[in-house]
Design a binder for this molecule. Structure first.
Ligand code: ATP
Ligand code: NMN
Length: 170
């Protein structure tokens, strides 16, 4: 039995993340999805709450053939103990998936195996690009799984992201 861990901010969860999860599901029996920066919301870089991101991911993963646990992870101000913090919040996992250099280093130093994934269509499948399109009223729906667009509509997310990007909230 192998359990994997995939961490990201998922602002929002997009088709690039989904392709990574589909690839991971061929390698592991169970998957823990860590919703990073779980304490952040209502800012330009992190518009959606942890709960909203849990909804996006849970609904998008309905058709993926792997047992999945979606767990919000708050940021902490000590990188040196972040892996322990993550492990204290999640089911036990054997391998972590990330392309983030800091995350790779922290797991590596803690003795956790890390696997990186190829980047899929990174010119468009990037959270920053998708959030910019939302603010500028450009096409974004084809870049996220259908259930994610449904959640964003349900929470009036476009109105929120436009309003928070008008502020200096960062
Ligand atoms: N298109 C993609 N293909 C493969 N992996 C991706 C893709 N986009 C993001 N990832 C990876 O998924 C993980 C989580 O990414 P994250 O939630 O930061 O999304 P992002 O698209 O990089 O968003 P942002 O622009 O907001 O930083 C990271 O390891 C990241 O490298
Ligand atoms: N000290 C910390 O709280 C710490 C350290 C490393 C990564 N993280 C988080 O892990 C997540 C990594 O995801 P991304 O690859 O999407 O950036 C982010 O939410 C980031 O804030 C937090």
């Amino acid at each position: 039995m192998t359990r994997g861990f995939y961490i990201g901010r998922f602002q929002p969860y997009h088709e690039g993340h989904h392709r990574v999860v589909e690839a991971i599901s061929d390698e592991v029996d169970e998957l823990v999805v860590g919703v990073g920066s779980g304490d952040k919301s209502h800012s330009t870089r992190n518009p959606f709450t942890a709960g909203e991101r849990v909804m996006m991911i849970t609904k998008a993963l309905v058709d993926v053939d792997v047992v999945t646990y979606v767990v919000p992870i708050e940021d902490i101000n000590r990188n040196a103990v972040w892996v322990s913090h993550v492990q204290s919040m999640t089911p036990k996992f054997d391998v972590a998936y990330s392309n983030n250099p800091l995350v790779i280093r922290l797991f590596g130093e803690a003795g956790v195996e890390v696997r990186q994934s190829p980047m899929f269509e990174r010119d468009v499948l990037e959270g920053t690009e998708i959030r910019n399109r939302m603010v500028q009223d450009e096409d974004w729906r084809e870049l996220v799984p259908d259930p994610v667009a449904g959640v964003i509509d349900e929470i009036d997310g476009i109105e929120r992201i436009r309003q928070v990007s008008d502020t200096d909230a960062g």
